[in-house]
Design a protein around this ligand. Sequence first.
Ligand SMILES: [Zn+2]
Ligand SMILES: [Zn+2]
Ligand SMILES: [Zn+2]
Ligand SMILES: [Zn+2]
Ligand SMILES: [Zn+2]
Ligand SMILES: [Zn+2]
Length: 192
Amino acid sequence: MALIMKISGEDRQNQKPQFSHFSHRHPLELSQLHQEDNAVCSGCELDILGSAYVCTKPNCTFLLHDLCFDLPRRIRHRAHPKHPLGLSSSPPYDDREFTCDACGHSGHAFTYHCGTCKFDLHVECASLPEVENRRDHEHPLVLLCGSPEGGAAAGVFVCYVCRGLIGKGCWMYACLTCNCGAHLECAGIPLH
Ligand SMILES: [Zn+2]
Ligand SMILES: [Zn+2]
Ligand SMILES: [Zn+2]
Ligand SMILES: [Zn+2]
Ligand SMILES: [Zn+2]
Ligand SMILES: [Zn+2]
């Protein structure tokens, strides 16, 4: 569900349309970013190349991927079936930092947050694909969110990429045929 609201532009010549986003008080406009811009998304904290929503104020460095601009304000995630998760534009904690319940790394920008349980997900961790097909493994890998349910998957997994153990409760991509898995970062998921 897009939260795009066109607030001005279009009819005026030489002026790009401007957009507003709940997470930022200045208007944004669409721009093309290049490698040399070294731009980092203010939502997911990952690099941005290509089209992005950029703040129109000269001294403000706020910018968003178009995907991050369009993130739904509220989601349901199977890793946290009890409550919906709300998109928060900054970590709602005193130290302005959250720890992601998916990857275990910290975050300082957008979080899908449950206030009741203090449960947080990076926006990119919240949208990990359910199934990954990888060139280095013959079977498709499925995303396990937290403790693996049932069957052979109940034990401890060894990461087939780095050979390290995958901790209990960690998210991973697992092959339920071979009973092996891969850490999110070993599966090539861009993390912090
Ligand atoms: Zn982003
Ligand atoms: Zn700004
Ligand atoms: Zn994460
Ligand atoms: Zn909750
Ligand atoms: Zn690994
Ligand atoms: Zn396999």
